[in-house]
Write a protein that binds this ligand. Structure first.
Ligand code: HEM
Ligand SMILES: *[C@@H]1O[C@H](CO)[C@@H](O)[C@H](O)[C@H]1NC(C)=O
Ligand SMILES: *[C@@H]1O[C@H](CO)[C@@H](O)[C@H](O)[C@H]1NC(C)=O
Ligand SMILES: *[C@@H]1O[C@H](CO)[C@@H](O)[C@H](O)[C@H]1NC(C)=O
Ligand SMILES: *[C@@H]1O[C@H](CO)[C@@H](O)[C@H](O)[C@H]1NC(C)=O
Ligand SMILES: *[C@@H]1O[C@H](CO)[C@@H](O)[C@H](O)[C@H]1NC(C)=O
Ligand SMILES: *[C@@H]1O[C@H](CO)[C@@H](O)[C@H](O)[C@H]1NC(C)=O
Ligand SMILES: *[C@@H]1O[C@H](CO)[C@@H](O)[C@H](O)[C@H]1NC(C)=O
Ligand SMILES: *[C@@H]1O[C@H](CO)[C@@H](O)[C@H](O)[C@H]1NC(C)=O
Ligand SMILES: *[C@@H]1O[C@H](CO)[C@@H](O)[C@H](O)[C@H]1NC(C)=O
Ligand SMILES: *[C@@H]1O[C@H](CO)[C@@H](O)[C@H](O)[C@H]1NC(C)=O
Ligand SMILES: *[C@@H]1O[C@H](CO)[C@@H](O)[C@H](O)[C@H]1NC(C)=O
Ligand SMILES: *[C@@H]1O[C@H](CO)[C@@H](O)[C@H](O)[C@H]1NC(C)=O
Length: 582
C-alpha cells in the first residue's frame, strides 16, 4: 500500500548519507523525526490522520490540506524582512479574530493543531509539519522540514494581502515579506493549487446555492490535488479560479499570475517544474521566521531509530524492567531483530567475559505519515520489554538486525551502544496517572522509584506542557516525597507527588533526584496528561534460559525473553514512553 515514489535503494542511499553524525539521544531531532515520519505524538494520537489521505473537510468541498496551507501562509505573511520581525511563529493562534484571517478553515485548523505542540516541537513547527504533510498527502512533492521555530505566544502585526488590493500593493506586501515578483507568483500559484474560495466567507466572490446554510466552495483549479493544473488551466485560458473569473474587484490571482507577462507561469507549467518550484518556494515560506530564530537542517529519516527507552519497575512482578523500541526501514517481510545488553553491576558488568544478554521483540507495529508514505518507505517499530535483575541492572544495549535480504547488521549507535545513563531514579508509569481521568481535574500524579540507600536530599519533577487550552506554555516543578504506603521492591523506594497545573495534552517531565553531596540523577519522560496515562498491560514474562548471543559462550549467562505487552498499549489511548533527556 505504501510503495510509491523513488525506487527503494536510491531512497536509502540518500537518507543514509544525509544523517551522518546523528547520535542517540538527540531530544529535539528525535522528537521532530518521530512526528514527521510516524505522524503521531508519543501516545499514539495521530495528527496525520486528520489530513491523510488528502481528506475533505467534513461539510465542505475543500480539503483539510487546503485549510492547513492557507493558515501557514497567513502566519508567515506578517514577516517584515527589513527589521526581521514576524513570520512563522505561531502568532496566528492569537489573530483569528482579525478580518484578514476570516474563514472557518482557519478555526478548524487551529483546533486540529492545538493538541500537538510539545517541549521539543513548537506550535510553529507543528504548523510547518502540517504543511509538509498537506502537500505530500495530496500527491505533491516532499517539502523539506526544518525545526526549531519559536512561538510568539501573542498576536503579531497585521499584514496579510487582500484579494481586492491593486497589484502594486500586492507586490510591495510580498517584497516586505521577502519575496520578489517571480517568487510572489510562484508562492501564490503553489498555494492556490489546493482548495478554493467559499461562501459564506467571501460572499462577493462566491454566492450561496439554493440552501443558504450550505458552505459552497469554488475551487481554484479542477482538482483537489497539489498539481500544476492551476497553471495549465490559467495559460490555456480555461481557468475557473474564482480570484480570476468572478468579481473583478477581487481578482488578485489575475493580477499576481500576470505580473511578469506570464514568464514565471510558463516556466513552472510542467508537472516536474511545478513540483520543483513549489518545493523551493514552500521551503522558503516555512523558513520565513523572525531573524532571532535559527532553524535546524532538514530533518532526514533515520534508517534505525531508537525510542521509548525506559528503565522502570514492573510492579506486578516486583522487578526492574527495560523498555525500548527500534524502528527499521524494511526491505523484506523476513526482517528480524534481537536486542542485546550488558549488565551494569556484578561479574559481567559492561559485558565482562563477553557475557551479553539478549531478547526478542514482544511485538511490532507498522508506522507511517504522509511524508514516509510519499517517500515509499515501509517503517516497522519493534518493541522490547524485558525483565532485568536489579543487582545486575543495564549499562547499554544494541540491536542485531537480519534484514531478510542477505544483510545482517549490528545497530549500536555508531559503536557507542545505547547507553542507559543512570538507574538511581526511575519513573513508574504503573503507579502514576493523569488526574483528570479520575476526577476531571488538571494535572498528574507521578510516582518515582529511587534506589534504596541513595538517600536523596530532594526528588522532584520539572514539568513542561505547551498544548494547553490557552496555547501558552506551562513550566513548573513539584516535589515528590517518600510514599510510605508503597513498600520498597527490587531495591527501590517509591516517591510520589502531584503536578496540579494545566499542562495540556502532552506533558514532558524530567525526574530529578538530588543526593546529599549535590549529585543529580535525571530521567526525562513524556506522557499525555489530558488523556491520562494508559498503563502497559500486565507483564507475563517468560524467563527462559537460552544460550547467549554472539561471541558469548553458550549457556554461560541467562538470556531472557520479554513477551508481547506494549504492542497492545500502542493503540488510540496507548502510552509510549519516550525518554527525553535534558
Ligand atoms: C495575493 C495573495 C493572496 C490572496 C489575496 C489570497 C486570498 C485568498 C482567499 C480570498 C481565499 C479564500 C479563503 C476562504 O474562502 O476560506 C484563499 C484561499 C486559499 N489560499 Fe490564498 N491568497 C493569497 C496568497 C496565498 C498564498 C501565498 C498561499 C499559500 C502559499 C495561499 C493559500 C491558500 C489556500 C490553500 C486557500 C484555500 C483554502 C481552503 O480551501 O480552505 N494563498 N486565498
Ligand atoms: C460538493 O460538490 C459536489 C459536486 O460538485 C456537490 O454535489 C455537493 O453538493 C458539494 N457538497 C458540498 C457540501 O458543498
Ligand atoms: C518594516 O520594517 C521597516 C524597518 O524597520 C520599517 O521601515 C517598515 O515600516 C516596516 N514595514 C511595515 C509594513 O511595517
Ligand atoms: C474563529 O475564531 C475567532 C477567534 O476566536 C472568532 O473571533 C471567530 O468568530 C471564529 N470564526 C468562526 C467562523 O468560527
Ligand atoms: C479587504 O478589502 C475589502 C474590499 O475592499 C474590505 O471590505 C475588507 O475589509 C478588506 N479586508 C481587510 C482585512 O482589510
Ligand atoms: C527573485 O529571486 C530569485 C531567488 O533569489 C532569483 O532567482 C530571481 O531571479 C529573482 N527574480 C526577480 C524578478 O528579481
Ligand atoms: C497571460 O496569460 C493569460 C491567461 O492565458 C492571458 O490572458 C494574458 O494575455 C497573458 N499575458 C501575456 C502578457 O501574454
Ligand atoms: C537489505 O536491506 C537493508 C535495509 O533496508 C539495506 O541497508 C541493505 O543494503 C540491503 N541489502 C541488500 C543486499 O540489498
Ligand atoms: C510485506 O507483506 C505485505 C503483505 O503481503 C506486502 O504488501 C508488503 O509489500 C511486504 N513488504 C515488504 C517490505 O516486502
Ligand atoms: C554522591 O553520592 C552518590 C550516591 O550516594 C554517589 O554515587 C556519588 O559517587 C557521590 N559523589 C561524590 C562526589 O561523592
Ligand atoms: C522552565 O523554567 C525554568 C526556570 O524558570 C527554565 O530554566 C527552563 O528553561 C524552562 N523550560 C522551558 C522548556 O521553557
Ligand atoms: C502513595 O501512593 C498511593 C498509591 O499510588 C497513593 O494513593 C497515595 O496518595 C500516595 N501517597 C502520597 C503521600 O503521595
Ligand atoms: C517460554 O519460551 C520458550 C522459548 O521460546 C517456550 O518454549 C516456552 O513454551 C515458553 N513458555 C511459556 C509458559 O510460554
Amino acid at each position: 500500500m505504501l510503495n510509491i515514489g523513488l525506487p527503494r535503494p536510491l531512497v536509502l542511499l540518500c537518507f543514509s548519507a544525509l544523517v551522518q553524525g546523528y547520535q542517540w539521544p538527540s531530544p529535539q531531532y528525535d522528537a521532530l523525526e518521530d512526528f514527521l515520519y510516524e505522524g503521531a505524538r508519543p501516545d499514539g494520537s495521530s495528527m496525520a490522520q486528520l489530513v491523510s489521505p488528502c481528506k475533505l473537510r467534513a461539510g465542505t468541498n475543500t480539503t483539510v490540506a487546503a485549510e492547513w496551507v492557507r493558515l501557514v501562509y497567513h502566519d508567515s505573511a506578517t514577516h517584515n524582512v527589513s527589521d526581521g520581525t514576524g513570520g512563522l511563529d505561531g502568532s496566528i493562534f492569537f489573530e483569528l479574530g482579525r478580518d484578514e484571517n476570516i474563514g472557518s478553515g482557519m478555526n478548524n485548523t487551529l483546533s486540529d493543531f492545538s493538541q500537538y505542540p510539545s517541549k521539543y516541537i513548537s506550535r510553529a513547527d507543528i504548523i510547518a509539519i502540517g504543511t509538509v504533510w498537506a502537500v505530500a498527502t495530496c500527491s505533491g512533492p516532499v517539502i523539506p522540514l526544518r525545526g526549531g521555530r519559536l512561538d510568539a505566544n501573542v498576536a503579531g502585526p497585521f499584514g496579510v494581502p487582500n484579494a481586492s488590493d491593486p497589484l502594486d500593493s500586492l507586490t510591495n506586501n510580498f517584497a516586505k515579506q521577502g519575496y520578489n515578483v517571480s517568487e510572489m507568483i510562484q508562492l501564490v500559484a503553489c498555494g492556490h493549487t489546493l482548495g478554493g474560495v467559499r461562501y459564506p466567507d467571501f460572499p462577493t466572490v462566491v454566492s450561496a446555492d439554493s440552501n443558504p446554510s450550505d458552505v459552497v466552495v469554488a475551487l481554484f483549479d479542477d482538482t483537489q490535488t497539489f498539481d500544476h493544473n492551476i497553471i495549465t488551466q490559467y495559460l490555456a485560458g480555461t481557468t475557473q479560479d474564482p480570484l480570476i473569473v468572478r468579481n473583478q474587484s477581487m481578482a488578485s490571482d489575475r493580477l499576481v499570475f500576470g505580473a511578469d507577462g506570464n514568464v514565471t507561469m510558463n516556466a513552472m507549467s510542467s508537472a516536474d517544474s511545478f513540483a520543483q518550484t513549489c518545493t523551493t518556494i514552500f521551503d522558503k515560506m516555512l523558513s520565513t521566521v523572525p531573524s532571532s530564530v535559527t532553524l535546524t537542517d532538514p530533518i532526514e529519516l533515520l534508517p534505525v531509530k531508537v525510542s521509548g527507552v525506559q528503565l522502570t519497575i514492573d510492579t506486578a512482578h516486583q522487578q526492574l524492567q527495560l523498555q525500548a523500541s527500534v524502528r527499521l526501514v524494511l526491505s523484506s517481510n523476513n526482517t528480524s531483530v534481537k536486542m542485546y545488553w550488558c549488565d551494569r553491576y556484578g561479574s559481567a558488568a559492561n559485558c565482562a567475559g563477553n557475557l551479553q544478554r539478549l531478547a526478542s521483540p514482544g511485538g511490532s507495529t507498522t508506522v507511517s505519515s504522509p511524508t514516509s508514505l510519499a517517500m515509499g518507505v515501509t517503517l516497522k517499530k519493534y518493541q522490547f520489554v524485558v525483565p532485568v535483575n536489579s543487582s545486575q541492572s543495564v549499562s547499554k544495549f544494541w540491536f542485531e538486525v537480519d534484514y531478510g535480504n542477505g544483510t545482517t547488521t549490528t545497530e549500536d549507535n555508531g559503536g557507542a551502544g545505547y547507553v542507559v545513563d543512570q538507574d538511581q531514579v526511575l519513573w513508574v508509569p504503573s503507579l502514576s496517572r493523569g488526574k483528570n481521568v479520575l476526577t476531571g481535574a488538571q494535572g498528574v500524579f507521578v510516582t518515582a522509584a529511587v534506589k534504596t540507600g541513595s538517600a536523596p536530599s530532594k526528588v522532584y519533577i520539572s514539568c513542561f506542557g505547551r498544548a494547553t487550552t490557552n496555547y501558552l506554555p506551562a513550566n513548573f516543578t513539584y516535589d515528590l516525597s517518600l510514599n510510605s504506603t508503597l513498600p520498597a521492591m527490587a531495591g527501590y523506594d517509591f516517591y510520589s507527588g502531584e503536578a496540579t497545573d494545566d499542562f495540556g495534552a502532552t506533558m514532558i517531565f524530567d525526574l530529578v533526584g538530588v543526593a546529599g553531596n549535590g549529585t543529580q540523577w535525571v530521567d526525562g519522560d513524556r506522557f499525555s496528561g489530558l488523556i491520562g496515562i494508559a498503563l502497559p498491560a500486565q507483564s507475563t514474562v517468560n524467563s527462559t534460559t537460552q544460550g547467549t548471543s554472539a561471541g558469548g559462550s553458550k549457556g554461560a549467562s541467562a538470556a531472557v525473553r520479554g513477551e508481547a505487552r506494549w504492542a497492545v498499549a500502542l493503540g488510540a489511548v496507548g502510552l509510549l514512553w519516550t525518554v527525553a533527556y535534558l
